[in-house]
Design a protein around this ligand. Sequence first.
Ligand code: SF4
Ligand SMILES: [Zn+2]
Length: 146
Amino acid sequence: MFTALPDTDLFMPACFRDPRYSPAEGKWKTKDGLTRICAPVLPNCTPCPHRAQCISQVAPHARKFDGVCGGRIWLDGEVIVTADGVDEEDLPLPGKARDTCGTTAGVDKHHVFGEQKCEGCRAVAEATAEQQPAEAEGQLTLAFAA
Ligand code: SF4
Ligand SMILES: [Zn+2]
């Protein structure tokens, strides 16, 4: 069975060999099916001190991992859900810049591939985050005016 963490004597967290973290292929068929099994245990990653090590040992993106690893649910090596209260510091640094880097599509790619943002994408993400409260405020004012 494919497990959340490789068999290693480096560390054996409580989730090791727990099938809810790495459900056997016959137990689910779709993204929703995988999420249904994994979502209940995902919050256990938030206080876990091993998140970064977990991601670096499992290498979920490169291995096309399905299941819970390092505070994320991965499907075919891509992040589909992120636990509350985790940040991208657990994630590996990005590789070579992509054509989309420096755009919102580039930001999304870093997120989905489970890697930190490059400098250009970080600037885009910060600018978008600053814009959002102002937009939300504007919408509220319009809603009241209507
Ligand atoms: S981060 Fe999550 S999957 Fe990884 S060792 Fe901790 S609890 Fe287990
Ligand atoms: Zn980028």
